[in-house]
Design a protein around this ligand. Structure first.
Ligand code: ATR
Length: 281
C-alpha cells in the first residue's frame, strides 16, 4: 500500500473538486502521495474510523454531510474547528487525530490574495447568511478586527450565530439590508442564493457605499448575478473559487509538510473544469 495517502470523505462525493486541487499540487511539488475520493455513507463512518490507523491515512478532508458527525471519532478538535462547530480537515498531531476547519483561512486567504489592500480603511462588514459559509466568514472577519453585521432571511438564525461569537456581531433580518449597505466596507454573500440551480441574489445595491468590496463565496457560477451587478456599479469584487483553493493549502501542508501555492495555472484548471461541467458558468 502506498504511503502518504490522504482523502476526502463525503456522501455523495463524485462532484468534489478537492482531488483535482491536491492532485495538482502533489504533481507540481513532486511529492509521492495520493488524495482519494471516498464515498462514505453515514452508517459507514464508525467502520471507517475503526480501520483508520490500519489504512495508514495521513489525514484528509471531510465534507457534507459528515462535518459534525466525525467529531466523536477524533482525539480532539482544534480551536478553528471549535469556533466553527464543524470539521473539514483531519490531521495527526503527535499521535493524536485532530479535526480542524480551514474555511475561515480560505475565506481570508482569497481576499488577501485578490485585494491585498482590502483592510485599508475597511471597518464594517455585512455578511448575508447564517449557515456554515457565513460562520467561516464571520469568524475570519472578527479575527481581523472588523465590526460584523449578520443579515439572514431567518433572523433568529442570525441571532444564534451572533450569540455563538459572544454577541460580538450584530444580527438582523433581511429588511435591515438597505440601511446596513450605506456603512458597509465589505459585503459578503454567504447564502446559497446565486448558486447554479438556485434563485439569484437580487438585492438592490443602490445604497451600497461606493468604495465597498463585494465578495460572493459561491464559485459555480464564477460570476454570480450579485458580482455582475457590483462590477457594473464599479465595486471591486471577489469570487468564491479562491476560498476553495486557499483552504486546501492548509490541509495539504498538514499532510504533506509543504505549503503549496495558489497559482494562476491552478485557478485556470479549476475554471476550465467548472465551465466544462456547468453550462453558462
Ligand atoms: P452553508 O452551510 O453552505 O452555508 P446552509 O446552512 O444551508 O448552507 O445555509 C444557507 C443560507 O442561505 C442560510 O443563511 C439561508 O437562510 P435561512 O437561514 O433563512 O434558511 C440562506 N438562504 C437560502 N435560500 C435563501 C433564499 N431564497 N433567500 C434568502 N436566504 C436564503
Amino acid at each position: 500500500m502506498a504511503d502518504n495517502r490522504a482523502f476526502v470523505m463525503g456522501h455523495p462525493i463524485a462532484h468534489s473538486r478537492s482531488p483535482m486541487l491536491h492532485g495538482y499540487w502533489l504533481k507540481q511539488l513532486g511529492i509521492e502521495g495520493s488524495y482519494e475520493k471516498l464515498d462514505i455513507a453515514p452508517e459507514a463512518i464508525a467502520a471507517f474510523f475503526a480501520d483508520f490507523h490500519a489504512q495508514g491515512w495521513i489525514g484528509g478532508n471531510v465534507t457534507v454531510p459528515h462535518k459534525t458527525a466525525v467529531i466523536p471519532y477524533l482525539d480532539r478538535i482544534d480551536a478553528d474547528a471549535a469556533a466553527m462547530g464543524a470539521v473539514n480537515t483531519l490531521y495527526w498531531d503527535e499521535g493524536a487525530l485532530v479535526g480542524g476547519n480551514t474555511d475561515s483561512l480560505g475565506f481570508l486567504g482569497n481576499l488577501d490574495e485578490l485585494i491585498p489592500d482590502w483592510q485599508n480603511g475597511a471597518k464594517r462588514a455585512v455578511v448575508i447568511g447564517a449557515g456554515g459559509a457565513a460562520r467561516a466568514a464571520v469568524y475570519g472577519l472578527l479575527q481581523r478586527g472588523l465590526e460584523v453585521a449578520i443579515c439572514n432571511r431567518t433572523a433568529a438564525k442570525a441571532a444564534a450565530l451572533a450569540q455563538h461569537f459572544d454577541a460580538k456581531p450584530k444580527a438582523y433580518g433581511l429588511e435591515a439590508m438597505g440601511d446596513l449597505l450605506e456603512n458597509c466596507d465589505l459585503l459578503v454573500n454567504a447564502t446559497s442564493l446565486g448558486m447554479v440551480n438556485q434563485p439569484p441574489m437580487d438585492f438592490d445595491l443602490t445604497r451600497l457605499k461606493p468604495s465597498a468590496i463585494v465578495y460572493d463565496v459561491i464559485y459555480v457560477p464564477l460570476e454570480t448575478a450579485l458580482l455582475q451587478a457590483a462590477k457594473a456599479k464599479g465595486h471591486r469584487t471577489v469570487d468564491g473559487l479562491g476560498m476553495l483553493l486557499h483552504q486546501g493549502t492548509v490541509g495539504f501542508a498538514h499532510w504533506f509538510k509543504q505549503r503549496p501555492e495558489v497559482s494562476a495555472p491552478l485557478r485556470a484548471l479549476l475554471v476550465e473544469d467548472i465551465r466544462a461541467k456547468t453550462p453558462g458558468a
